[in-house]
Design a protein around this ligand. Sequence first.
Ligand SMILES: [Zn+2]
Ligand SMILES: [Zn+2]
Length: 290
Amino acid sequence: MTAVRATLMRYFQPAALLGILALWWLLPEAQASDPFTLLIAVLATPLVVLALEWVSERHAAWRMTWYELAHDLFFVVLSFTAVRFCIDHLAEAGIAEAKASLGLQTLWLQQLPFPVQVAMVLVLIEYGQYWMHRAMHNWHPLWLTHAPHHHLTQLNALKGAVGNPVELFLIGLSIVGLFDFSLTAVFCAAHMLAAIGSFAHANVRFDPPRWYSFLFTTIEHHSLHHSLDYEATRSNYANCLILIDRLHGTFRAGEGVLLGQEGGRLTVGGIMLYTFMPIINALRGGRRPA
Ligand SMILES: [Zn+2]
Ligand SMILES: [Zn+2]
């Protein structure tokens, strides 16, 4: 049993990524180009990872409770409804208009092998997320959107979705819509990114091969980014491709166990309002009699 568990912890992440690639490559066109298929796939993946948290827990202090589950599911639903609606109607629509007005045509991309297209989409999305995340840690107005995610004091497979909706909107932006990749390759990359983000937040004692943690973000890398140590939070910005941190000098080895920010964890209301508190406080202060 111990050997089976050790093998599962070692190879689950790389096998899952290969499985996701194969799934989208082999799916019939009708299902592979249906956004509903992507929704189901992206929602099902963290459920499997949550099951693994029972099989091989990383830290008892991070254990899922009914409160945590309800708390986290609120943000999962928010991400797939209001935040997704805003990304589609405010950002993606604008990208499509810009593409049309500039006359950008890159249909040749669809002639590339499927895994190459997936890799290109992964890198394009990840580079955008890396710089957005790094900017959030270096410019106060953007930090106000991201800080609630850093007030988390425990991690699990759903915690990647927990954050202020303005942050979730900003981190969801990408320029992939400017290019004519096959829709299936874009969906496959989106599924992979969601899966790696879930693995990197999971309370699971994964023990992946060295090559995996050289390329992809793991729970060790990302828990260090969430740690109480301020300097450590200024490293490992990549949500999925830790290779980008290695290339830009922001990689740091290690692992975080005690997580969070001064002030401790926030309530759901606290996370929703945190970004707007300077404005709310200014308005409150303005109303006070002199
Ligand atoms: Zn961060
Ligand atoms: Zn995180």
